[in-house]
Structures are given as structure tokens and as C-alpha cells.
Design a protein around this ligand. Structure first.
Ligand SMILES: [Mg+2]
Length: 219
């Protein structure tokens, strides 16, 4: 019997692509005196390329941007700190995020998040989405000294929720760090489809979070 659902954050609950663009548009405006000679869309396009869906450190991304665009009057640390401080104000959740989480908790399911990333930054973004109260456990890799796909971080979340792997589903967008890793500890898996990473071999595939409501009855 299904008792719990664990989620990845970026690309699963948080629309990171849309949130990042919103943050970068704002950053461009706030640092207008530094960026003014570069068209805004060019700055954003290059950032998104270098960022590789969040898998390249922002220090590296900003260093490269400063070099390539020959920017003066700032440094990678300043822009990176600004990114860390401001991202939470630009978080956009996927459609039906709150309605879906509420409906799942109303059914008595326990919910959790396992996210790879910085401790405070990821927690701030969860708060930015206003979803913290739906979750019984939240594990961020930097706080745990464990990262997906390490089975330990999945087992820790399951034990905090007091459920077995067979009683839980993992929902994520990354075929290896989320789907294969959760499958390896014995959980059923739902791939939040993202062809940048895919395909993935999962128990089910969804394009929208609301599809979980029907899936939760079936899996
Ligand atoms: Mg993800």
C-alpha cells in the first residue's frame, strides 16, 4: 500500500528553467551599468548554455561570462552571491503544484523532498515556492553529506517517514540520480519527463504534476 511520495526539487517541483530566466532578467536590470553593452537576451542565452541545467558551478559560469563579455566593475563572487541571495524571489513552481501537494496530503500520504544542492539555497527556494508545510521530511545533499544517487540518502528519507521502500514512490526528472537510484533501493518511480535528460526507465511517466493524483491510486 502506498504511504509516501518523495520528490526531487529542481525540474520536478520547481520549474528551474523558468525561474532561472526570471532571476537573470532581474539581475541584468539591477546590474544594468555593468551589463549595458550586452543585449539582455544574449546574456541570458549564454548563461543558460554555460549553466548546463545547474550542473556547472555558478562561480565558473560567472567567471566565463565576465571573460567572454569583457565585463568590468564586478567579479564572479559578487554575481554568484547575488544569485544565491535573489533566486528565492523568482521561484516558479510547475502547474498545479499546490493543488497536487494538498490533494496528496489530504489522502494521508506522507511527502518528502530529496534534493542535491546547497543547504540554505535549496531551503530558501522551497520556502520561495511556499510548499515547505506540505513535507514531512526534506533532505538536501549538502546538509546530509550525502548526494543522490547514493542509496543512503533515499534510505534516510524513508526511515524518517517510517515507511519501507515498497510503500513509497520517488518522483524526479533525472534518469540516473532520481529514477535509477530510487529504483535501486526498491522504490517505484515516476519520471517527470524532461527530454534534456531522458529517456528514463520508470514505473510511470508524467508531464504534469496533477497526473500523480490518478497514479497514486494505481501504483
Ligand atoms: Mg531535478
Amino acid at each position: 500500500m502506498l504511504k509516501a511520495i518523495l520528490f526531487d526539487l529542481d525540474g520536478t517541483l520547481l520549474d528551474r528553467d523558468a525561474s532561472l530566466i526570471k532571476l537573470l532578467e532581474d539581475q541584468y536590470e539591477r546590474y544594468a551599468t555593468i551589463f549595458h553593452e550586452i543585449p539582455k537576451n544574449e546574456y541570458i542565452k549564454r548563461f543558460v548554455e554555460l549553466d548546463a541545467k545547474g550542473y556547472v558551478s555558478k562561480d565558473q559560469v560567472y567567471s566565463q561570462l565576465i571573460d567572454e563579455f569583457e565585463l568590468n566593475g564586478t567579479d564572479p563572487e559578487e554575481l554568484h552571491q547575488d544569485y544565491l541571495d535573489q533566486f528565492k524571489y523568482h521561484c516558479i513552481g510547475f502547474e498545479q503544484l499546490h493543488i497536487t501537494l494538498k490533494a496528496l496530503t489530504d489522502r494521508g500520504l506522507k511527502l518528502g523532498i530529496i534534493s542535491n544542492g546547497r543547504c540554505q539555497f535549496q531551503m530558501d527556494n522551497i520556502k520561495g515556492l511556499e510548499i515547505e508545510s506540505f513535507f514531512d521530511t526534506i533532505l538536501i545533499s549538502a546538509c546530509e553529506n550525502l548526494r543522490k544517487p547514493d542509496p543512503e540518502i533515499f534510505n534516510k528519507a524513508l526511515s524518517q517517514l517510517e515507511v519501507t521502500a515498497e510503500e513509497a514512490i520517488f518522483v524526479g526528472d533525472h534518469p540516473l540520480n532520481d529514477i535509477k537510484a530510487a529504483h535501486n533501493v526498491g522504490m517505484k518511480t515516476v519520471w517527470k519527463k524532461d527530454m534534456h535528460w531522458g529517456p528514463a526507465e520508470a514505473s510511470a511517466v508524467i508531464e504534469d504534476l496533477a497526473e500523480l493524483l490518478e497514479l497514486a491510486d494505481r501504483l
